[in-house]
Design a protein around this ligand. Structure first.
Ligand SMILES: [Zn+2]
Length: 111
């Protein structure tokens, strides 16, 4: 059956090995090492598994607060409930600032 002289490669083991040391650009499918943060071929930022530490969780919480405050702003704008529109839009704006600075913190922490 096998006459090429090469050891037959177990596809599953090969896939596991490939996943351990390599990752693929999702745009052009080029192979990259774990250390490479950008695709050498097309310059795309390489996908990284989400890290469920405090900062990442905090960002998710801020995102929900932000969406909630946007909904609250709409409520105060279009209905008589919810209190002052100025207050709710201020909260939304502050959350937007917090979210963007949090994003910057996340982006810069690996350097
Ligand atoms: Zn690429």
């Amino acid at each position: 059956m096998v006459a090429s002289g090469e050891a037959p490669i177990d596809p599953l083991a090969e896939a596991t090995y490939t996943r351990a040391i390599m990752q693929r650009c999702k745009v052009c499918e080029a192979s990259l090492t774990k250390e490479e943060k950008e695709c050498l071929n097309c310059g795309t930022k390489v996908w990284e598994p989400p890290k469920s530490d405090f900062k990442t969780k905090g960002l998710a919480v801020i995102k929900w607060f932000f969406l909630f405050s946007v909904a609250w702003s709409a409520l105060t704008l279009f209905t008589p409930w919810g209190g002052s529109f100025i207050t709710s839009i201020s909260v939304t704006f502050v959350l937007l600032l917090v979210r963007s600075s949090w994003n910057e913190m996340l982006a810069g922490r690996n350097e």
